[in-house]
Write a protein that binds this ligand. Structure first.
Ligand SMILES: Nc1ncnc2c1ncn2[C@@H]1O[C@H](COP(=O)(O)OP(=O)(O)OP(=O)(O)O)[C@@H](O)[C@H]1O
Ligand SMILES: [Mg+2]
Length: 362
């Protein structure tokens, strides 16, 4: 490492140590390794360049993946917060993808001087930033596969360094065997142009923690029908018939049971078994602080789409620090052990563990 990089590198190493210390964390070896790699990246991104030197090529991209709850987001958030540059952006993949969809829809699919709508939408989203952090990168939906593939190519060709977290190794992206081969060129590109780091270890931190503290989900609980008397404690009361209203979501309206200032109360079947999608949940999360979902059913009894929608909803609420209250059955009850469904819902289980704890702590 050259001298110019050493100072910012060491300063980021200290920043990681302090951040861990403040939270009382002992970093797992894989987290230490990732913190080391990200500190080197900080050195590369912030080393002063000589006055007359040409701007150096952007540093290599980093892809951090590992099982749920291993502290991947904490690592890249800590790195982002400690990086002393202003030309940086951090986005949740869901938000970025929605904004990209919007941009592409606005721009149309026409080519302008050889530049596609995706290029122009990415220009608009990135501005002149030198670092883009993408939390929770994934590719599940076959309908989105081509757009994600375009996006990855466009981003990797830019003078921007990309840092992503994912629950999937590059080879595990687009897991559906029917569509996986369509995504293989993108997987090769990721493997070629990004340093892939595995952050794993025996502990799923959200599930292991007993203190209930988390920067995610401002508050919340899973309550059975018998427990709903507890709602009072959170200042919630069951919807009255006159409170039913349509609530604006993404280019559509959803039937809510109640809409009160910062709170929206919805039914599980209307939301998760209706034709809704992530942009709808993002729209709700932007407008409301509290989401109550009643009539929750065990996911084992839901359609595959219903399960995916519920998992996405939980992701959005968790990522946006919402208060989330789930009323009804335990969504994870009766899932066949070791099934594909159980594996897909692993991250949801990790997140719901945070809600449960709030429940237990009370
Ligand atoms: N070494 C650690 N010890 C204790 N808690 C930790 C440690 N690292 C991270 N955490 C905490 O564990 C929780 C989960 O971490 P984080 O969200 O970063 O995991 P993740 O790997 O991104 O999970 P997911 O795959 O669900 O997105 C957070 O509250 C975080 O602050
Ligand atoms: Mg994460």
């Amino acid at each position: 490492m050259n001298q110019r990089m050493r100072k910012p590198y060491e300063s980021m190493r200290r920043h990681f140590q302090q951040a861990a210390q403040e939270r009382g964390f002992t970093l797992a070896p894989a987290q230490e390794h990732a913190a080391e790699r990200l500190s080197r990246l900080a050195g590369e991104l912030t080393a002063p360049t000589g006055l007359f030197r040409r701007a150096p090529a952007p540093p290599r991209n980093v892809y951090v993946w590992g099982p749920v709850g291993r502290g991947k987001s904490w690592l890249v958030d800590t790195f982002f917060d400690g990086l002393p540059i202003t030309r940086k952006r951090r986005l949740h993949f869901h938000d970025f993808f929605r904004a990209l969809h919007d941009g592409v829809a606005r721009e149309g699919r026409s080519h302008d001087g050889g530049r596609s709508a995706v290029d122009r939408a990415v220009d608009e989203l990135l501005g002149d930033c030198r670092l883009l952090v993408f939390d929770e990168f994934h590719a599940h939906d076959a309908g989105d596969a081509m757009l994600v593939a375009r996006l990855v190519r466009t981003l990797l060709d830019r003078r921007v360094t990309l840092v992503t977290t994912s629950d999937y190794p590059p080879t595990g992206l687009m897991p559906n065997p029917v569509h996986h081969h369509l995504f293989e060129p993108t997987i090769h590109l990721i493997e070629e142009r990004m340093d892939v780091l595995v952050v794993t270890g025996p502990t799923d931190y959200p599930r292991a923690r007993q203190d209930g503290g988390s920067r995610r989900f401002a508050e919340g609980a899973c309550l059975t029908d018998e427990d709903t008397a507890l709602l009072d404690e959170w200042g919630l009361s069951a919807p009255r018939p006159g409170e039913a209203a349509l609530v604006p979501a993404y280019h559509r309206e959803l039937p809510a049971k109640a809409v009160r200032a910062d709170l929206v109360w919805l039914g599980f079947d209307e939301l998760c078994e209706g034709a809704t999608a992530v942009p709808d949940y993002l729209a709700l999360a932007e407008r409301f602080d509290t989401l109550v979902l009643d009539g929750v059913r065990p996911l084992a009894s839901c359609t595959a789409d219903g399960c995916r929608r519920f998992a996405n909803l939980v992701d959005v609420c968790c990522g946006r620090d919402l208060r989330l209250f789930l009323l009804g059955a335990d969504p994870l009850a009766g899932l066949p052990e070791g099934s594909d469904l159980m594996r897909d819902l692993d991250r949801t289980a990790s997140r719901l563990a945070m809600l449960r704890r709030v429940d237990v702590a009370r």
